[in-house]
Design a protein around this ligand. Structure first.
Ligand SMILES: NC(=O)c1ccc[n+]([C@@H]2O[C@H](COP(=O)([O-])OP(=O)(O)OC[C@H]3O[C@@H](n4cnc5c(N)ncnc54)[C@H](OP(=O)(O)O)[C@@H]3O)[C@@H](O)[C@H]2O)c1
Length: 283
């Protein structure tokens, strides 16, 4: 990816405009991560959640690519702390009896071991905690990781209520710099959340971008744009999102799709075409 294919959060952390997601790949994780990096991806998203992610495979795939010409610092590496109710009780990556702050610390240390790294570029809370005292207990532990240099920025995922994000932002000593959300019509495409993110230098990352939006992908307007640009509808959609400040995640397992996804940086939509795309984002 070229230098223009990155954005920076309020913390100045350089984030690729498209991130490779590593969920659900099981034993294929290491091979797919290696392939993605070799094809040009420079951002990786994972989680310390064995139920959905094989984090040690991400570490192995990354390690296979590092060496002359590619350093750890060239890769944006992000992982998540998944609270107990999002974990498989049979495969907990931390002590289920420990308090939340200790669980966060154990999870973070497991991520470093799995990923064979000394720091994360982003440490993300996988889902909000309803009890805000518990939220702040975890967030303070995340701030301690930030203070120690273990994470360059912090974030939250699956956060669809603007008032919750505002309260977290207001109470946090180290402000969130990442919001990673499902991008779909049911939430009005997070319009208010995205405005807040834009105003506060928070990087908004989308998942379910293709799978939750078949209507957009098959819409005549997008199909026409895809023909005009000689690109696939997925490419035009991803490209549009990057132009309006969204960082999509793609977890494709196909080499063709990896190449197509990276090729979105080879073309640009005009402002008028972007406006036409925005009209499709209706709840
Ligand atoms: N924070 C959270 O709670 C959360 C939840 C879900 C996901 N995530 C993250 O987001 C990442 C992406 O997950 P996702 O749910 O958005 O779906 P995804 O894993 O990226 O799956 C996309 C689907 O679309 C297909 N596809 C068709 N054309 C494609 C193209 N040009 N490029 C890419 N895919 C194409 C893929 O098939 P092929 O494999 O055949 O290409 C695949 O079946 C995950 O790996 C994970 O890192 C986070």
């Amino acid at each position: 990816m070229r230098t223009t294919d990155f954005v920076a959060s309020a913390f100045g952390v350089k984030t690729p405009k498209l991130i490779y997601g590593t969920a659900w790949k099981k034993d294929r994780t290491a091979r797919l991560v290696e392939q993605a990096i070799k094809l040009g991806f420079r951002g990786l998203d994972t989680a310390c959640q064995p139920k959905h992610y094989q984090e040690e495979g991400v570490g192995a795939g990354l390690a296979a690519c590092l060496g002359p010409g590619l350093e750890r610092a060239d890769i944006y590496l992000q992982s998540k702390f998944t609270p107990p109710d999002g974990q498989d009780p049979e495969r907990m990556p931390y002590d289920p009896a420990a308090d939340l702050a200790e669980q966060l610390t154990q999870s973070f240390n497991a991520s470093l071991r799995n990923l064979r790294t000394t720091y994360l570029d982003g440490l993300v809370l996988h889902s909000p905690l309803r009890d805000e005292a518990r939220l702040m207990e975890v967030w303070s532990a995340m701030e301690a990781v930030f203070d120690s240099g273990g994470a360059r920025q912090l974030g939250i995922s699956n956060c669809y209520a603007l008032d919750y994000l505002e309260r977290l932002y207001g109470r946090a000593r180290i402000k969130p710099a990442i919001v990673q959300n499902r991008f779909y019509a049911e939430t009005g495409y997070d319009r208010n959340i995205r405005t807040f993110c834009r105003q506060h230098g928070i990087i908004y990352q989308s998942f379910w971008t293709l799978t939750a939006n078949p209507k957009i992908l098959s819409h005549a307007k997008l199909q026409a744009l895809a023909s005009a640009y000689e690109r696939t509808p997925a490419q035009v959609f991803f490209r549009y999102l990057t132009q309006v400040g969204i960082v999509p995640l793609t977890g494709t397992t196909s080499e063709t799709h990896m190449k197509e996804d990276l090729a979105i940086f080879d073309f640009e939509l005009t402002a008028t075409k972007c406006d036409a795309m925005s009209d499709l984002l209706v709840p």
